[in-house]
Design a protein around this ligand. Structure first.
Ligand code: ATP
Length: 311
């Protein structure tokens, strides 16, 4: 294989509980992560040597600071390969939005290069490499719906629930750094508990799991939780306004995803999601909206057009 194209899907957090801080500086979390159809396209081509990366989004780095570049470099090192790769990222997932766009790109490079170079690595091998690059990347390799614990790298699949109708909203000119959001959460926590560990919270995770078992959208909407909302909403009031506007406009429930600033609403139907998007667009002119759905996988290899025409 000389080249391949991958669909790299974004994720939302249906649940994000921060349980405490860890000696390695990360937070101990319990999360329910869900792949969605909103996705970037990542094209890979074999090269004799070197890693070359291009991206059509001006704010995304194209050097070693790009997570996809780091993924290619790690595979090269681990597999003692001098072969190279050309990476082209077509961005559709907004950047620094709490939707794991960079992580999805890195996961696509791990999955795609494994195919391209015929490395024969298992999903487990790819996940352990992924966890060395970032906490959300193992999830992006696996995708679907997963309960994530530890710092987010320990995954347990939940029953697939494809096609949950969703409406996403992101303030156009606002990005939130994940590191800042966790730090701001810790500062708030220390102020209110004098730094006692672990954090004392009542979990609503069992309700989320029951909602998934029953595939009950209203039950899921009632049990949404994201501990990072508190610091982010306190700093960026528009995020809270969008979350409330989604509810008032007919969402069964709404929540900020990850470290934000994207918020999502669980909608009764795709038609209602489109209608609500049109209404809210008139109200919030500096906000981008996407109608999308939950997806059963994270990374998808796009069929090669040549092999399709031969079959
Ligand atoms: P997460 O939800 O995993 O915290 P995010 O969606 O909030 O991630 P990203 O879109 O992954 O954030 O981008 C965060 C930062 O990472 C960006 O500001 C950008 O400079 C850098 N970055 C590195 N590689 C990429 C990439 N391939 N795509 C987007 N951003 C990248």
């Amino acid at each position: 294989m000389q080249a391949c194209t991958l669909i790299a899907r974004a994720k939302i957090n249906l649940y994000l509980e921060i349980l405490g801080s860890r000696p390695d500086g990360y937070s101990e979390v319990a999360m329910v992560l869900q792949s969605i159809h909103l996705a970037d396209r990542v094209q890979l081509k074999r090269r004799h040597h070197g890693i070359h990366l291009r991206c059509d989004h001006p704010e995304v780095p194209t050097d070693v600071n790009n997570l996809a570049y780091k993924a290619a470099e790690l595979l090269q090192k681990e597999c003692h390969s001098s072969a190279g790769v050309e990476i082209h990222i077509e961005k559709h997932i907004p950047v620094a939005a709490g939707l794991a766009g960079g992580s999805a790109n890195a996961a696509a490079v791990l999955v795609g290069m494994n195919q391209l170079w015929g490395l024969g690595l298992t999903v487990g091998d790819l996940q352990s490499l992924a966890s060395r690059l970032g906490s959300d990347i193992p999830f992006c390799v696996q995708g679907g719906t997963q309960l994530a614990t530890g710092r987010g790298e320990i995954l347990e699949p939940l029953a697939d629930w494809e096609g949950i109708p969703l409406l996403l909203a992101k303030p156009r000119h606002l990005g939130v750094s994940t590191a800042w959001a966790y730090q701001a959460f810790r500062s708030l926590q220390e102020d209110s508990t004098s730094g006692s560990q672990p954090y004392d919270t009542v979990s609503s995770l069992p309700q989320v799991l029951v909602a998934f078992d029953r595939q009950d959208p209203q039950a899921l909407a009632n049990s949404l939780r994201n501990d990072l909302e508190k610091p982010v909403l306190a700093t960026y009031t528009l995020v809270g306004e969008l979350r409330s506007a989604l509810r008032s406009a007919g969402a069964l429930g709404s929540l900020m995803s990850g470290s934000g600033p994207t918020v999502f609403g669980i909608m009764p139907s795709l038609e209602q999601a489109s209608q609500t998007r049109d209404t809210l667009r008139r109200q919030f002119q500096d906000v981008d909206f996407w109608v999308t759905q939950s997806a059963p996988t994270g990374i998808l290899l796009e069929p090669d057009p040549q092999s399709l025409s031969l079959s």
